[in-house]
Design a protein around this ligand. Sequence first.
Ligand code: GLC
Ligand code: CA
Length: 558
Amino acid sequence: MTTSPTTIDWWKSAVVYQVYPRSFADSNADGIGDVRGIIDHLDHLVTLGVDALWISPWYPSPMADGGYDVSDYCDINPDFGTLADADALVARAHELGLRVIIDLVPNHSSQEHPWFKKALAAAPSSPERNRYIFRDGRGKNGELPPNNWPSVFGSGAWERIIEPDGTPGQWYLHFFDVSQPDWNWENSDVIEEFDRVLRFWFDRGVDGFRIDVANAMVKESGLPDLPEGGEEFGELVGDSPMWDQPGLAAIQRRWRAIADEYADTPEGPRMFVAEAYLPHDRLVRYLESDRLHTSFNFEFLISAWKASSLRTTITESLAAHESVGASATWVLGNHDNFRPVSRYGKEISGLDFSDPSAPHARFHGTPTDVALGRRRARAAVMLELALPGSAYIYQGEELGLPEVEDLPEETLQDPTWKRSGHTDRGRDGCRVPMPWSGSDAPYGWSTNTKTWLPMPSSWAEWTVESEHNDSSSFLALYRTLLAERHINPALGAGTMSWNESSDEVLDFSREPGFRCIVNFGTKDVTVDAELVIASSTPLETRGGRVSVGRDQAVWLRT
Ligand code: GLC
Ligand code: CA
């Protein structure tokens, strides 16, 4: 590492940029984003001012679930490049002072993984089958699934196989697509294999892992049925035999020990960030000091654009994280969620954990007030980046890209579309390739006009190039805020305190000398114009005072 962040606990305050490799940039004109494309555009991340990048899965995969169906954990998808490209990316990112986090998908593999193929070819109860979760079916001839668990992507979580002798046989468990069989985390081959995977990438210089569905890997033993009516999403919130089992702690401790083995290397100890859609109190158990470092805080992401619910989320997040001595994270979007600009322009702008099924279905097709959504999304990022802890930015958020809600049905690729019986359009609308430059699709993303998802003809205004030249753009705002984060000692990790304000206003201070105000109400808040560091949209000045209006945010020095 030649530049910051050089501190050991960099993850406590880092701003991490999520790259969805398939959609970031296509360097070789095949219509698919790739690793070279990322390397070629690292300067964008540097100018933006982030500290790290997290790359969604880049492994060999049949791409049944955008690469979250891994067939080889220790190689690069040939469509994306080679291991040498990956090494070059890590090296170049480090030269530029950027940390690199990659994605670990430990709950399930692809059905194309050699161990799953071996399992299919082997006999019931064989060691090969035992690496996954195979069971005999219920019913007279085993024709019914072993239990009533649902798949997150719709329908049941079990698939019956044809045994090598040609007869219908056992069933295997898949929390997600049928092409994503769940690993058996009680099997020592599986445990040791993932140790090897971690070391393989840590040895190549990778700074950390994002752990995919970190709350899923261990299932309650005996695989008991969900209570009647609990099948909606596997009862994600309460005590569910599918999610958040006590056995996860041992795996997390084991992985933490491996990450800590790297303490004396030039990059320092390695880190984990967990993906787990859980309420705070459950989530922070994963962050006890001998377990994981950080976790995405989805309660913030799913909160409606309302002062009261955001205030509660923020207060509870910070208290919960503090109770285990961990640093909070803040997230507004990712490759699974409706883009903030579109979400905040909808009448219902939030979700909640008691209704987490099909989050996209909830938003799709409902009217959007685009101007309102944009105004709020600008205020939202000012809130996000002012809070104590680290923050995540999903590619395109810095351009204010909207969700693409009108992708032609025949182009949809998310397995949710098919598994929901064509009722939930799924997540493709936030995965459309990034517009870089020029006035026509594919906007410098590729030289091939056939991109893996079509790009809207209306995006000329939202390219990096066009926003670079516009001081009122999202990009200009993000750059301003991130630059301030680097120089202002009050920002990043640390504490905050609420200031007295109306219920419709979020107003808090951070030391030394920083204050953030977000106004959700109709009554303006006025402050001294001289104190303003940044505002989400231009402010009206009168007699040395500025008015912060509805859906506006300001950063102030105090
Ligand atoms: C995570 C990923 C999502 C994927 C799922 C199954 O939620 O973010 O994209 O479909 O896990 O791996
Ligand atoms: Ca390519």
